[in-house]
Each structure stands twice: as structure tokens, then as C-alpha cells.
Design a protein around this ligand. Structure first.
Ligand SMILES: C[S@@+](CC[C@H](N)C(=O)[O-])C[C@H]1O[C@@H](n2cnc3c(N)ncnc32)[C@H](O)[C@@H]1O
Length: 436
């Protein structure tokens, strides 16, 4: 097996790009380098398992590693640290047979041309096996950076441990069914005939959950937009906005277009502007529109600076699905633990405030704006909305009633990670006074 067909070696190179270049896993998986790898399906799955597992467990395993090393590794031996943590992950989480885990890990050190590390890898991994070291997978709270753990504990008190545990679990693959094209029951039956087991989501009527993830290309109806990959929490947005026919709608942070697609599929005859500041992400939005065979006016620009893209015709509905810490989707994107820092939060809060204030001026009197994040940090959610209401006397909150999902907060509604098998999400619904 050459390096480029060895899933373990590819996992090491992927993780080094996350750690050294700050690239997200999504970005790497979509890169030319990754796409050009000719991996067998089974190896592709193993490579991903290793990469996701590394990110999920990095903070716990690196602490364990440090406690077993006689002296810390040099900065230039980051690759050996990664290789050792991957070895520990295979031994302690994947329960790989020790002989195989040690051998494969030694091979990785040799592939990095660091034969001096052979003895270290052998001694360290065999020592962990000999001493019966275990990782308590029911208490993954050590598997977070301190700042995330402290913030979640501060914000959620007794519920914090559950949020942390759920955030370390593997997420389900959840789909949105375009119920205009097919009923949920029919879709579940069709999937069953294709050997894909699915069930209705407990609280979101358009959502189904697969028993095991699969490639989207295997999903009957995906290419026609009957099925769309979208967590159940994200599927609530369109229902809350409830756009009337003929309305002008702005999806202000739209890419890659999950909610844009849903708005277009759920509401007839709306005039939708889909804005995002990232051209690369807008490409994915355009592909999604093409797949579902719907159209929108796609705009590139900064939601906080409408003068560069807004043409003066105010909106009846605005969806502000703002950039956020993504602390509610750590289970889907565990690289967030490595890539986000506490110092990112203040600038994010300021950016959210600017976007909200700028968009508010574009809303018609009587119009509705839905603010959403995939965050479980109160500062980005209910606190952001409380401050917005103070700054804007022409704004009233619309109470989100009769909801089976999430929990009411002083402002808006919060879904905590894993509740009803959903991602962590927040919704705040606002209306501008002055309408009829
Ligand atoms: C949470 S994601 C949106 C997900 C999308 N609504 C969906 O359902 O598929 C946030 C998006 O905001 C975009 N973004 C960040 N800052 C922005 C800004 N100032 N103006 C417009 N878009 C922005 C990002 O490029 C990103 O695509």
C-alpha cells in the first residue's frame, strides 16, 4: 500500500492541515488533493473515522499522551504527536487489536521518515495496553477545550453535562422530505426497498432519520430534491417564517442553501433573494437550486453592508441565519474544538449585531425577521436578541408558541444538542411595528 492509498497516512495529513493551517475538515474533504485520492470505499470510511475520532477525542487523548511521555515532543514533531494520538484512539476508542494498532502506528512514523520514533511508539502504546488504561467514553467532558466546557457549564448549569456528552456523540443522518413531492410514509417505504432503514423524526414533521448514514447518491429521490440532507433543528426555520404568497423574502446568510431550498419548496410564489458573502459557498447553493429545480436571485455581498447589494425594495420576511460559534453542531463538526478559540466569540457577537442592525432597516413594517444560530452559547442567542430589542423600539418579539421542540428562553427558543436527536440550535422571531 502506498502512502496515498493508506487511509491512516491520509488521516495524518488531513489532521496536520487542520492543526497547522487552520483548515476545516469540510474544506479539506472538498479540496482537489482529497478528491484526487483513489481510495476504496472501506478505506475512505476508515480514514474519516480516524479523522473525526481524533478531533472528537483530541483534548482527552493529548492529556493522556502528555502524562505518558517522559519529556514533551518537540514542536517540529507534531506529526509524531498526531500519529501517537491516532494510535491511542484506535486502541482505546475503536478497540483495534493491539498488535495491529501498534504495527500500523509504527508504519506511519516510518512513512514520515522518523525511524527514531519507532521505539517511542512501541513503548508508549504497549505501555498503555499493559497498564490497562481506559478512556471513560461516558464522561467525555475532558474531550473539550476548557473554554467551551466552562461556557456550556456557565450557560446551562445542570443540563451542561448532557450537552457536552451529546456534543461528543456521532450525529444521526437526518433528511428533509419535500412533502409536496412525496409523503413521509412513501419515502420511508421507498428507502426501505433500497435497503435504507429510516423512521419519522419525533417532533419535526418534515424530517426522517436514517438508522445508518449513507452516501447521498444512494438516496432515491435525492437528485430531484425529494430528499435533502438537513438536521431536523434546521428544518424548523421555514415553518417559523411562514411566508405568504407573493412575499419578498431575503435569506441573508444563505449558503450552501439548505434553508433557501426549503423556503422555495415549502412556499409557492415567493420572490427570494439569497445572499452570502462567500462565492465558494454560493457555488454550492447554486448547485442545490439546480438539483431541486427552483430559482432565486443569488447575491454576493456583506449582509452588514446592504449599500453594496440592496436595490431599495424592502422585504416582507428576512432569515438571518448568521455566522456563529457553531457550538451546537460540534457533534457534526468536531474540528470546531480545534479550530475555534475563545477570542473568536467577541468578534462574532459584534458581527451578528451588525448584520441584525443592517438587515432590520430592510424589513417592511409588519414584516418578520427570523434570527437563527447553530449555537448553544446564550450570548449569541437570547442575549443577542435581548440587546437587539433594547436598541430597536420598533421591534417586537413574536412568541414561538405551541412548539414541541426545544425550550422557551427569556427571548426565543433554544434546542440543546441532542434533544430529540437534533443539533443545538436557536431561533428568535421578530416583527417590525407599523404594519396594518
Ligand atoms: C450558518 S451558515 C448559513 C447556512 C445556510 N443558511 C443554510 O441553511 O444552508 C452562515 C453563512 O453566513 C455567511 N456569512 C458570514 N458572514 C456574512 C456576512 N457578513 N454577510 C453575508 N453572509 C455572511 C457564511 O459564508 C455562511 O455561508
Amino acid at each position: 500500500m502506498t502512502n496515498s492509498t493508506n487511509p491512516r497516512w491520509i488521516a495524518v495529513q488531513t489532521i496536520l492541515q487542520v492543526l497547522d493551517q487552520g483548515r476545516s475538515l469540510d474544506e479539506i474533504f472538498n479540496s482537489d488533493w482529497y478528491q484526487s485520492l483513489a481510495l476504496e470505499k472501506r478505506d475512505l470510511a476508515l480514514g474519516r473515522e480516524l479523522v473525526f475520532g481524533f478531533c472528537r477525542w483530541y483534548f482527552a487523548l493529548s492529556t493522556l499522551l502528555a502524562s505518558r511521555l517522559q519529556k514533551p515532543l518537540r514542536a517540529r514533531d507534531r506529526d509524531i504527536e498526531v500519529i501517537l494520538i491516532l494510535g491511542l484512539y484506535q486502541l482505546l476508542v475503536m478497540n483495534t487489536e493491539p498488535h495491529a494498532a501498534v504495527n500500523e502506528t509504527v508504519k506511519l512514523a516510518l512513512a514520515q521518515k522518523k525511524s527514531w520514533a519507532r521505539g517511542l511508539v512501541n513503548a508508549l502504546l504497549r505501555g498503555v495496553v499493559r497498564d490497562g488504561i481506559e478512556l471513560d467514553s461516558n464522561s467525555p467532558t475532558q474531550a473539550y477545550p476548557d473554554w467551551i466546557m466552562s461556557r456550556i457549564r456557565r450557560d446551562w448549569g445542570e443540563q451542561a453535562e448532557r450537552v457536552l456528552i451529546e456534543g461528543n456523540n456521532r450525529p444521526p443522518m437526518t433528511l428533509r422530505v419535500d412533502t409536496r413531492q412525496a409523503s413521509i410514509d412513501n419515502v420511508i417505504t421507498t428507502l426501505g426497498s433500497a435497503g435504507i432503514e429510516a423512521s419519522r423524526h419525533s417532533t419535526v414533521s418534515t424530517a426522517i432519520v436514517l438508522s445508518a448514514p449513507c452516501e447521498v447518491t444512494q438516496l432515491p429521490g435525492f437528485e430531484r430534491g425529494i430528499l435533502n440532507v438537513q438536521d431536523a433543528a434546521a428544518q424548523i426555520a421555514a415553518t417559523l417564517l411562514d411566508c405568504k404568497s407573493g412575499a419578498r423574502v431575503l435569506d441573508a446568510c444563505a449558503a450552501p442553501g439548505g434553508k433557501t431550498a426549503q423556503l422555495l419548496q415549502q412556499f409557492d410564489n415567493i420572490e427570494l433573494d439569497a445572499l452570502d458573502r462567500s462565492e465558494v459557498r454560493l457555488q454550492r447553493l447554486r448547485q442545490n437550486l439546480q438539483r431541486i429545480n427552483k430559482s432565486a436571485r443569488v447575491l454576493i455581498g456583506d449582509a452588514a453592508s446592504p449599500e453594496t447589494w440592496f436595490e431599495g425594495n424592502n422585504y416582507d420576511y428576512i432569515l438571518a441565519d448568521v455566522p456563529c460559534s457553531a457550538s451546537g453542531v460540534i457533534r457534526r463538526h468536531p474540528d470546531i474544538k480545534l479550530l475555534r478559540h475563545e477570542s473568536d466569540i467577541m468578534p462574532l457577537l459584534a458581527q451578528q449585531r451588525k448584520i441584525l442592525d443592517a438587515l432590520w432597516r430592510l424589513l417592511k413594517p409588519g414584516g418578520k425577521m427570523l434570527y437563527s444560530t447553530c449555537s448553544v452559547f446564550r450570548d449569541e442567542n437570547e442575549v443577542q436578541i435581548a440587546k437587539f430589542l433594547q436598541r430597536h423600539p420598533d421591534c417586537a418579539e413574536v412568541t414561538i408558541n405551541n412548539s414541541e421542540w426545544g425550550e422557551p428562553r427569556p427571548h426565543g427558543r433554544q434546542i440543546l444538542t441532542g434533544s430529540d436527536n437534533m443539533d443545538g440550535f436557536y431561533y428568535g422571531l421578530l416583527t417590525r411595528s407599523g404594519g396594518e
